[in-house]
Every structure is written in structure tokens, then in C-alpha cells.
Write a protein that binds this ligand. Structure first.
Ligand code: ADP
Ligand code: MG
Length: 255
């Protein structure tokens, strides 16, 4: 098991947002977390990442068999957790190029990116002028998402979470992002050879047209209400809505 969440409850600003969350993700698996706006998807994302204001009131989070519930975000990232934020902040005074150097383990003294990193940057449509720009400052929606993915490609995390990678992005950008997400999740390898895992958070489900997930979960009012086959669950959500989906008896697990 790569990530294991046991009986997790999380409070934000004095409000109980997540309750009784149990979630296990094996090495090589991609899970998708669906759910309506405000159901707690981003809260779960931030809690796994260990942001201080997300207060764990019950339960634990294990990563690679180790209890990480009390670790800070930096320590978690160093253990191999990577994230693509829905709305990442701009970092004034830090260029894309310098951030990519740090993330890929280069020294800031080195003038150029490694050829591999430079090629990836070009593939994600970041040219030399763009690499000199401050991170996310004045970036368009698609550029922000591409920048998040490029940073992940530099970090090569073992477990990557994507918060709404398909929201606010046009079709061409979604396809480009999905291609790299598939690489980050070892989709270019055979099932049994995959090691890297991920959690895709989406309320649209659109990204699933381009990235295959193994298991889907539906989050409703801070609880996982249903888990199962992503295609079946998505079809039910599209037909019946989230509420109709979690009320149906087909779900392989129900809380
Ligand atoms: N910093 C915060 N302060 C107070 N309430 C919050 C905070 N962050 C999230 N919430 C509340 O938690 C609930 C879940 O939010 P969120 O995790 O962002 O949902 P989702 O990502 O599924 O749309 C919402 O009701 C939201 O208002
Ligand atoms: Mg959200």
C-alpha cells in the first residue's frame, strides 16, 4: 500500500469538513475522487499534503507504511508526495527556470536546465522567454496548469495528487496535460510494472476521457459515499447526478 488513510476526520476553521475517510491506494494505482462543489475534495487534498490549517481531529495517514499524520508539508513532499494545485499562488521574484532547477535537483548556479528538462518545457509550450517569467505571475488558466505539470515532471513524485486538472482548461490543453499526467502515473508501462500512483480530483470527470483510473470514489458531505468502477460511477453520476449515484445499490462499498 502506498497511501493509506484510516478513519480520517478533518476540521477547518472550527468546522468539521471530513468524516470517517478510509482510502487505500496501492503502488501503481490511479484513483479518482468525484463529488459536487463543497463536498470536501480540496480539503482531503490539503490534508494529505499536511497544510497546517487543516486540523486532523481523528484518524491517521500512512505513506509507504509510515505514519505521516504529524509530519509537515515539506517532509511529506520529500517522501515522494507531489501536487498540482487548482489555483496555485504566483511566486514573485522566482523564475520558472530557477524553480525547475531546484525541483529537478540542479544547482541554481548552473546556467541552463538539463537537456531533458528543457525538452519537457518545450513540449509543454514554455519557450526561453517564458522560462524567465515569475512563476504563475499573469499566467493564463492553461499556462498555470501546464506549469504545475512541468514542475511535477521535474520532481518525479511517487504519489501525485491533481486538484481539478481539467477545470478552466481548453480541450487542446487538457489533451496535452493528460499526456504528461499519464507519464507521471506510469500509464506508459504495463499494469504490473507501474509503481507510481495518483489521485485525480475532478467534479467534471472530463479528464477521465484521457486518463484511465482504476478506482473511483464519490465524496458527499465530507464522507466517501461510494467507491467502484470509474466508468460505471461516472455514467451513473452523469445520468442521475451525484445524489442519485450514491443512493443506488450497485456501489461496491457503501458507508
Ligand atoms: N479555509 C476554510 N475555512 C472555512 N471553511 C472552509 C475552508 N476551506 C474549505 N471550507 C469548507 O469546507 C467545505 C469543503 O470545501 P472544499 O474542500 O473546498 O470542497 P470541494 O473541493 O469539494 O469543492 C466547504 O463547505 C467549504 O466552505
Ligand atoms: Mg475543490
Amino acid at each position: 500500500m502506498l497511501l493509506e488513510i484510516k478513519d480520517l476526520a478533518v476540521e477547518v476553521s472550527g468546522r468539521q469538513v471530513l468524516k470517517d475517510i478510509n482510502l487505500s491506494i496501492k503502488a501503481g494505482e490511479t484513483h479518482v475522487l468525484l463529488g459536487p462543489n463543497g463536498s470536501g475534495k480540496s480539503t482531503l487534498f490539503m490534508s494529505i499534503l499536511g497544510f497546517p490549517k487543516y486540523n486532523v481531529t481523528n484518524g491517521s495517514i500512512f505513506f509507504k507504511g509510515e505514519d505521516i499524520t504529524e509530519l509537515n508539508t515539506t517532509e511529506r513532499v520529500k517522501k515522494g508526495i507531489g501536487v498540482s494545485f487548482q489555483n496555485p499562488p504566483a511566486i514573485r521574484g522566482v523564475s520558472m527556470k530557477d524553480l525547475l532547477k531546484v525541483e529537478s535537483g540542479q544547482s541554481l548556479k548552473e546556467e541552463k536546465l538539463t537537456p531533458k528538462m528543457y525538452k519537457l518545457a518545450q513540449k509543454l509550450k514554455f519557450n526561453d522567454d517564458f522560462l524567465k517569467r515569475d512563476v504563475n505571475l499573469g499566467f493564463s488558466g492553461g499556462e498555470v496548469k501546464r506549469s504545475e505539470i512541468l514542475q511535477l515532471l521535474a520532481q518525479k513524485p511517487d504519489f501525485t495528487m491533481f486538484d481539478e486538472p481539467d477545470s478552466g482548461v481548453d480541450i487542446e490543453n487538457v489533451e496535452l496535460l493528460a499526456e504528461e499526467i499519464n507519464i507521471l502515473l506510469d500509464k506508459d508501462k504495463k499494469h504490473r510494472q507501474r509503481k507510481r500512483s495518483g489521485l485525480l480530483i475532478t467534479h467534471l470527470g472530463y479528464i477521465l476521457n484521457f486518463v484511465n483510473a482504476d478506482i473511483a470514489h464519490v465524496l458527499m458531505d465530507g464522507k466517501i459515499a461510494c467507491s467502484g468502477n470509474p466508468d460505471e460511477i461516472l455514467a451513473d453520476v452523469r445520468k442521475e447526478g451525484f445524489k442519485g449515484c450514491v443512493e443506488c445499490a450497485k456501489c461496491s462499498t457503501k458507508s
